[in-house]
Design a binder for this molecule. Sequence first.
Ligand SMILES: Cc1ncc(COP(=O)(O)O)c(C=O)c1O
Length: 369
Amino acid sequence: MTYRGPKAYIHTDRLKQNLRNIQRHACDRNLICAVKADGYGHGASIIANSIKNEPGVSFAVFTFEEALELRNENIQNDILIFSRFQKERIQSSLDLNLTLNVSSIQDLKTLISFYHRHQSVPKFHVKFDTGMTRLGIDIEDAAIIYELISKEDGVEPEGIYSHFSTADEGDLSYAELQLNQFKSVIQLGQKSGIKFKEIHFTNSGALLNIPDAFYTSIRVGMLLYGAAPSDEVSMDIDVEPVMSFCGPIVNIRRVKAGTPVSYGGVYITEKDTYIAVIQTGFADGLPRQWFENGIVGYKGQTFKIAGRICMDQFMVDFGDILPVEGEEVLLFGKKDANELPVETIANEIGTTTYVLLTAIHGRTERIII
Ligand SMILES: Cc1ncc(COP(=O)(O)O)c(C=O)c1O
């Protein structure tokens, strides 16, 4: 039986082109591609497998389990794990050649004591908090960290990094403060004789906004998937949406003017019209708030969402156009003659492209193009 429900078409040709355009913009620096949260809803293994052989590509995930999944998919590239590591996972991380995140003095001490017992440690990057106030070593503790590292010959970080909190905003003054903090912490490390093979600070916002922060590698997520990180950046890198999110038309009926549609009857047809039922709902990641001004794409035209989006389905007002049952409408992305940027929905309902893309999972079937 063929599957009936939402589909996410994953355009891997666009993904590769986005990657190349980003790499060119970043003067061929290494790209640490963020494939956490199941590749921002696109399928981590689909994304990683599509670009694993491109030059200068490694991956970042949030959890050990996400990294394990990629290794099980035969992804051999370096994988950096962003979360705090668990003691119990150090040996497996070493065995699987995963790169850990050291984001506290305690993390470093834990790795040092592992080294004393096993004469080896997994690769790790030291993360400093420069103003995000999330994971990361306090700048004031940099000297302690460097002293601990200098004393242990076998415990050397591969990389040093930090994370911007406002790099995708119009006002970059806070990002500049963060960058200055980061510069000082790198200098202190270098003065202490520590060599960092990889230095990285840039996310999608900084890629567009802060060329001074490029260093050796770029950690990139949203731009790779072809969407803007916010509505405040100017999109100077040419990217196309990797996901086209679509839902099938499963029922069509002609209704009279004045017919209420969906829960609460808040949508009332203005004239006699075709109302189609689409098998996709908020449980599939289509945001419920989108019903107020929402539209879908069909054969190069847009049509209004009629009434509240339900858990598994919603309705579209096609007017006098009789759509074909079994065909699909475009919910966001770019496919065939239809284009509906995910950014439009994010701006209309006051959310972000990150929230919308990572909501696509569960019953949605992913189809690789
Ligand atoms: C630590 C870290 N680096 C890089 C990224 C990638 O960010 P973006 O998707 O904005 O490129 C993220 C995403 O949230 C992150 O948490």
